[in-house]
Design a protein around this ligand. Structure first.
Ligand code: CAA
Length: 257
């Protein structure tokens, strides 16, 4: 797929996706989302890539879905194009996805960040769901993912009011993981990505699966899946390597096998 609205590059084991429509604050049109999802799937298939990092540029991570593109839509055109269906494929990416949020992460931009596993924000980042001010509502998972992250009551207040929140407020609520200075946000996110890339890849993958199901299934079911994943890891070379390295008092060298 052509890459008109994103840039991509690899930094060792980290595959980077940079949103690239700065002239409209990285507003997410449909082709851009298609490109992001296709690239995530490419990185998923690429065994040299262990962690995926997403980032914005200029003044924004992303200021939402492209209002220009959807302003004349009808329920029928929406149903036929089903523009948000492609977002579901992000949930099947098994590698860690971490995102650096600079500036605005609004509407679909905030939803894209919430689809990632970890969020690092610059101190000037602004998070929010302004859809209510456009006479609509979040449509790419915002009501669900934010409620899951911070609880229903706070999510409802935030989405109803449509107000922007600072990175520190988002951090206090548990909507994001870390806040850094504007200058260091990419560096800090990349450092975290490399730190994750050192861990045993199969462990990361099965931990992600277990944590992801935790809010969708009853406790006992989640615990059963966790136990199975734990047992499964004993078939991996990385389990032998990790435990042998501990006994030999040396750092482990994980291969993802
Ligand atoms: N869609 C299309 N274009 C957008 C956009 C968007 N979501 N956000 C910004 N732009 C464009 C502006 O139209 C403007 O273009 P021009 O230079 O051609 O006029 C350019 O980006 C720069 O934006 P501003 O001049 O508005 O910049 P600002 O610094 O004054 O304001 C802002 C920044 C507060 C983010 C403001 O741009 C804004 O409110 N944007 C819209 C935010 C929004 O409502 N997002 C939700 C979209 S709906 C959605 O996302 C649904 C969903 O669930 C998927």
């Amino acid at each position: 797929m052509s890459k008109k609205f994103i840039k991509t590059y690899e930094d060792g084991p980290v595959g980077v996706i940079e949103l690239n429509r700065p002239e409209v604050l990285n507003a997410l049109n449909r082709q851009m989302i298609d490109e992001i999802v296709a690239q995530l799937e490419d990185y998923q298939r690429n065994s040299a890539i262990r962690v995926i990092m997403m980032k914005g540029n200029g003044k924004a991570f992303a200021a939402g879905a492209d209002i220009e593109e959807m302003k004349n839509d009808t329920p029928t055109s929406m149903e036929l194009a089903d523009p948000f269906a492609v977002w579901d494929r992000i949930a099947s990416i098994k590698k860690p996805i971490i995102t650096a949020v600079n500036g605005f992460a609004l509407g679909g931009g905030f939803e894209l960040a919430l689809h990632c596993d970890l969020i690092v924000a610059s101190e000037d980042a602004k998070f929010g769901f302004p859809e209510v001010k456009l006479g609509v509502m979040p449509g790419a998972g915002g009501t669900q993912l934010l409620s899951k992250a911070i609880g229903q009551r706070k999510a409802l207040e935030w989405i109803w009011l449509g107000e922007q929140m600072s990175a520190n407020e988002a951090l206090e609520l548990g909507a994001i993981n870390r806040v850094t200075s504007k200058e260091l946000v990419e560096e800090e996110t990349m450092r975290l990505a490399h730190q994750l890339a050192e861990q045993a890849p199969l462990s990361l993958r099965l931990i992600k699966e277990a944590v992801d199901v935790s809010s969708d299934v009853p406790l006992r079911e989640g615990m059963k899946l966790e136990r199975k994943n734990f047992y499964l890891l004993f078939d991996s070379q990385d389990q032998s390597e990790g435990m042998q390295a501990f006994v030999e008092k040396r750092p482990p060298h994980f291969k993802g096998e």
